[in-house]
Design a protein around this ligand. Structure first.
Ligand code: V47
Length: 366
């Protein structure tokens, strides 16, 4: 009996995964287009075990979104507002500090800070924010500002990207989150975020950050107007930069939430698509140790299941999250450490609290 072309494709891909051979663009397309979610998931689980073992990471962190005012007004974003709009807000530095202080007693090891690209906040606001947070508790790692924000600060402060990175690092910036990447394709950016920096520019800021000793994460926003080919191209471009710098700590596929956005007519990805995207990310990104399932976006139960589809990290306690919740997320904004530990354990894995740079804070063995 003839073997179905899809089965044959997956057989060939399985041989490559088993032998540790790098997957091609065509392999990526075949995986994303496959109807065999469980088989793709099993392959990703194999790759996860080989690259990252059975430890599953979480971090005790707090997110702070200092302003929603943004000149970009990306179509996929329900969080941003025009300056002066009734729902616009901008925190004073004291307000940012108060939020951070609130969480210090909970033993957070990380502050995760991203915001809108505010057209009139001065460059010094960001430098002072990082300096003051760092002075408040130098042991808390500050992961702040997407590559897009950094490029914006450079324009605003009339500095080079290299100067901005250096000044923020000296002020206490520890690393950068992976946001703002969206989909690198110019076609997609033209539709969903035409004012944001290009995919090339995002990659270049990250290259400079890594070369300056600032590690970062990487993301991809999927489930809107992009094609499968554009998703795979995005992953391959990240893989190429990681080959060059080794500066990415983790990759986080971000599931598009349509409510209240300029793309609210779209349905958003389904659970099967979320799991498939995590699995394919694990398989294509053979040089990323950590694939993160951000529970805020895909829900805590699916995040737990994704630990069997290639993920080895479920992010953290978070505390306050505005970007996905503005776009209709139904998850809580915070989760207790004990609950993260229970979820990981019940998935049959070893819960490990990590710091931002994946140093082990504590392993929770039985
Ligand atoms: O850049 C915006 C995305 C990102 C929507 O680095 C949306 O560890 C879904 O990057 N539906 C910001 N996503 C968040 C982010 C992130 C989150 C968690 C961990 C890390 C990390 C990074 O959120 C934006 C954009 O890509 N986003 N609007 C939306 N409607």
């Amino acid at each position: 009996m003839a073997v179905e072309p899809e089965t044959r494709n997956l057989d060939l891909i399985e041989e490559k995964v088993t032998s540790g051979e790098r997957l091609t663009f065509e392999d990526g397309l075949a995986l994303l287009g496959s109807n065999d979610l469980l088989r793709v998931g099993a392959l990703a689980d194999l790759a996860r075990k080989r690259i990252a073992g059975d430890d599953v990471y979480f971090v005790n962190n707090r997110h702070i979104n200092h302003t929603n005012v943004c000149g970009n007004r990306c179509k996929f974003c329900a969080f941003s507002a025009d300056e002066g709009a009734p729902d616009a807000y901008t925190m004073t530095l004291d307000e940012v500090l108060a939020r951070a202080r609130e969480s210090l007693s909970d033993g957070i090891t990380e502050l995760h800070i991203v915001g809108g690209e505010h057209p009139s906040l001065p460059y010094e606001y960001y430098l002072e924010m990082i300096r003051a947070l760092h002075d408040m508790d130098p042991s808390v790692h500050i992961q702040a500002f997407t590559a897009s924000e950094i490029a914006f600060f450079a324009k605003r402060g009339k500095k080079t990207v290299g100067e901005v990175l250096q000044e923020l690092k000296e002020a206490g910036l520890g690393s950068m989150p992976g946001g703002g990447a969206e989909i690198f394709s110019g076609r997609v950016r033209g539709i969903v975020c035409d004012k944001k920096i290009s995919g090339d520019a995002w990659l270049d800021v990250m290259r400079q950050a890594h070369n300056a000793g600032i590690r970062s994460n990487a993301t991809m926003l999927y489930g809107h107007v992009e094609t499968h080919a554009e998703r795979i191209e995005h992953l391959i471009r990240l893989r190429e930069l990681q080959d060059e710098t080794r500066g990415f700590g983790s990759f986080i596929p971000l599931a598009f939430h349509p409510a209240n956005t300029g793309l609210s007519g779209l349905p958003g990805p389904t659970g099967a698509e979320d799991l498939m995207m995590i699995a394919v990310s694990r398989l294509m990104l053979d040089n990323f140790r950590n694939i993160k399932a951000f529970w805020i976006m895909i829900g805590i139960k699916l995040a737990q299941i994704s630990l069997h589809f290639g993920a080895n990290d479920i992010d953290g306690t978070v505390v306050e999250e505005k970007i996905t919740h503005a776009a209709g997320a139904e998850t809580d904004e915070a989760i207790a450490k004990s609950e993260l530990i229970r979820l990981i354990r019940e998935a049959g894995r070893v819960p490990v609290e990590r710091d931002t740079l994946y140093n082990v804070v504590r392993r929770y063995e039985d």
